[in-house]
Design a protein around this ligand. Structure first.
Ligand code: HEC
Length: 131
């Protein structure tokens, strides 16, 4: 009986794990309704506060720099981090929204997570063409 219970518990625990590794995009905070967003005015200040110590002139973790628009467009060791016009297809957004434990940015314990508002600004900026 005890063994059966253990098996049942293990089966239930496995069933509770997500089947695919795809992030659940329905959990993304909504894009901000602000218009006219630009890297220089709206995005760079967020990156400077939370990201550039690891993705700037001193360190380039993941071969990624976020301190110029050009560098953001270039992406990192895994290529582009955003798709202009489609924030849902942008790994940058999945990272800062912390949809997956793996690759959440800033990394767990290495800085305050971005707020829903900040993620919404980044989403709207990408949706508007990432200028
Ligand atoms: C304490 C250091 C640190 C901070 C702060 C940090 N990152 Fe990272 N980042 C890393 C490391 C290490 C990697 C590479 C390994 C990994 O993916 O965990 C990485 C990888 C990435 C990647 C993937 C690059 C690729 O091509 O694979 C993105 C996108 C990213 N970071 C975005 C950000 C953003 C946006 C911020 C700020 C909100 C941020 N990071 C803050 C350390 C950091």
């Amino acid at each position: 009986m005890k063994a059966q219970l253990l098996t049942l518990t293990a089966t239930l625990a496995l069933a509770a794990l997500p089947v695919s590794a795809e992030p659940d995009l329905s959990k993304l905070p909504p894009a901000s309704s602000k218009t006219g967003l630009t890297y220089a005015a709206d995005i760079k200040p967020i990156f400077e506060k939370s990201c550039v110590k690891c993705h700037g002139s001193e360190k380039q973790k993941g071969k990624l720099r976020l301190d110029t628009l050009e560098a953001v467009m270039k992406g990192g060791e895994n290529g582009a981090i955003l798709t202009k016009g489609d924030s849902k297809k942008s790994s940058l957004v999945v990272s800062v929204a912390r949809l997956e434990d793996d690759g959440a940015m800033p990394p767990e314990g290495k800085g305050d997570p971005l707020s829903k508002e900040q993620v919404g600004i980044i989403r709207a900026w990408i949706d508007q063409g990432a200028k």
